[in-house]
Design a protein around this ligand. Structure first.
Ligand SMILES: Cc1cc2nc3c(=O)[nH]c(=O)nc-3n(C[C@H](O)[C@H](O)[C@H](O)COP(=O)(O)OP(=O)(O)OC[C@H]3O[C@@H](n4cnc5c(N)ncnc54)[C@H](O)[C@@H]3O)c2cc1C
Ligand code: SF4
Length: 479
């Protein structure tokens, strides 16, 4: 284990520690139960090597899980790492933050038979962390550089995975990102206690060493138009994610200390990365000693409540208009938050933010579940005369994200978008309505998961390669 890793020691994601709000910050140092070799071996050998690997089918990358579990059980970690990397560009990230309960582990036959899943994510993380420690993970070495270049807009998991796959083939690749650091939501969205930032940074470092160029603080649409960027490259990938927060338009919305989730999380992540964050240091974006109300029931809301707990909030409450069974977030994350002392106010809807200058409370109405909607989820219905007030020094709005206004952002009306505002692509080729421009990740799917972004990035790389090869052949034919 490296020194840096020791700082965060591992939180065994299957068995979160019991925690209480109001403990000292030191109590929340992320001390993961060490997932040591013996435990990895024990877990790996629990795999029954069943004939139908449901885990593999339900992993979006179709990782060859049974085979790498077998290799890990036999102590052949270097081979296991090579196999893990053959289908996944960031296995150490997925091992940490995939909602395994909904993907591989939720479909493990041992879990289905009631004996508890093989902890696939933890083994994947263990194999890859070991590979990093041992120096088995090397930068890309290309045999010959191809004289064609690809511009990638967005350094999130979709953009990074696509860049790596194309660079391996030999293309010149440049990634443009409007943030000062690469990683997208891995760096400024997902909290440090779930995904330590050095894990992201060592990956992007490796890609740089492999010859991929990064242009940070570069916003396409501002620093250069989409058209101008297209002129510089033979193909482009748009992988810009979704960042427009869904609003709660309530009376009192403009009171101080009401923040969108990303503002709160970014400040906390920047602090974790050692940046000076004035609004955190002066207390504005710091939950310490405050009564915090988080509105929303998805994974972003869970990240906010758990971050507030770690900042020593006085109380942390989560308002959600449906009940626990109908929450969109991962059950594991909700259970973790509950164990850490977060109070969930189920079936409750905010009606008004109250205060004079700053927020001091939230008026809430009780809800009940009515008929199911088109997605099968039960619609929440207000209960008359059920209003009550809840004290709040800070409210965090975590209701999800939509795409930004893409035609306006890129000043380009030729890029066809869907009704939801996501970029429309040809599902086979991942090409947009503009030839030579491809798209992947959240900006195509809507807010999704890292593992899906990686898969999209890999598939886009394969399509871009096909496109570039054809372009080259056409050029030779025309000459
Ligand atoms: C708080 C939070 C927690 C999450 N937790 C999890 C989790 O635990 N597990 C999980 O699997 N998923 C999680 N997700 C979802 C996951 O992070 C995303 O699905 C994934 O990051 C999408 O990858 P992407 O590459 O499509 O976009 P992003 O990661 O959003 O990256 C897009 C990049 O594009 C850049 N960009 C945008 N516009 C421009 C422009 N005009 N010019 C240049 N650059 C631009 C951005 O700066 C950013 O770096 C979470 C999301 C959030 C918000
Ligand atoms: S990538 Fe995610 S879903 Fe696939 S095996 Fe790893 S943890 Fe499971």
């Amino acid at each position: 284990m490296t020194d840096k890793m020791l700082k965060f020691v591992k939180l065994d994601q299957q068995t979160p520690n019991k925690r209480k709000v109001n403990k000292r910050v030191d109590d929340f140092k992320e001390i993961y139960d060490e997932f040591i070799h013996d435990k990895a071996k024990e877990q790996s050998s629990r795999c029954s090597q069943c004939g139908v690997p449901f885990c593999q089918i339900h992993c979006p990358l179709h990782n060859n899980i049974p085979d790498w579990l077998k290799l890990a059980a036999e102590g052949r970690l270097q081979e296991a790492s090579a196999l893990v990397h053959s289908t996944n560009n960031m296995p150490e990230v997925c091992g940490r933050i995939c909602p395994q309960d909904r993907l591989c582990e939720g479909n493990c036959v041992i879990e289905q038979s009631g004996h508890g899943t093989v902890t696939i994510g933890s083994v994947e993380k263990y194999i890859t962390d070991t590979a990093w420690e041992k120096g088995w993970i090397k930068p890309i070495k290309i045999i010959k550089e191809i004289d064609q270049s690809v511009g990638i807009i967005g350094a999130g998991p979709a953009g990074l995975a696509c860049a790596e796959e194309l660079r391996k083939v030999g293309y010149k690749v440049t990634i443009y990102d409007r943030y000062d650091r690469a990683g997208g939501l891995l760096i400024y969205g997902i909290p440090n206690f779930k995904l330590e930032k050095f894990v992201v940074e060592r990956r992007t470092h490796l890609l740089k060493k492999g010859g991929i160029k990064f242009k940070q603080n570069f916003e396409v649409g501002k620093n250069l138009s989409l058209e101008e960027l297209k002129e510089k490259h033979d193909a482009l990938l748009i992988a810009i994610g979704v960042y427009k927060p869904r609003e709660v338009n309530l009376p009192g919305y403009n009171l101080k200390n009401i923040f969108p989730a990303m503002k709160f999380l970014t400040a906390s992540n920047r602090k974790g990365l050692g940046d000076q964050v004035i609004d955190f240091d002066n207390g504005t974006l710091n939950a310490e000693n405050k009564n915090i109300i988080v509105i929303g029931g998805g994974d972003t809301a869970m990240d906010c409540v758990r971050t507030a707990v770690r900042q020593n909030a006085k109380s942390v409450k989560c308002l959600y208009r449906r009940d626990k069974d109908n929450m969109p977030g991962s059950t594991r994350e909700v259970n973790n938050a509950e164990e850490e002392g977060v109070e969930f106010i189920w079936l409750s809807n905010p009606k008004k933010f109250i205060g004079s200058d700053k927020i001091s409370s939230v008026l809430v109405e009780k809800m009940k579940l009515g008929d199911s909607d088109s997605s099968g989820r039960k619609e929440p219905v207000p209960i008359l005369n059920s209003d009550f007030e809840m004290k709040a020094d800070m409210a965090i709005k975590a209701l999800g994200f939509d795409p930004e206004d893409i035609p306006r952002l890129f000043n380009n009306s030729n890029l066809v978008i869907s009704k939801r505002g996501t970029i429309k692509i040809n599902l086979r080729s991942m090409e947009t309505s503009i030839p030579g421009i491809f798209a992947a990740g959240d900006i195509v799917r809507g807010a999704s998961l890292v593992v899906w972004a990686i898969r999209d990035g890999r598939e886009a790389a394969a399509s871009i390669q096909k496109y570039l090869e054809k372009k080259q052949v056409d050029k030779i034919k025309a000459a």
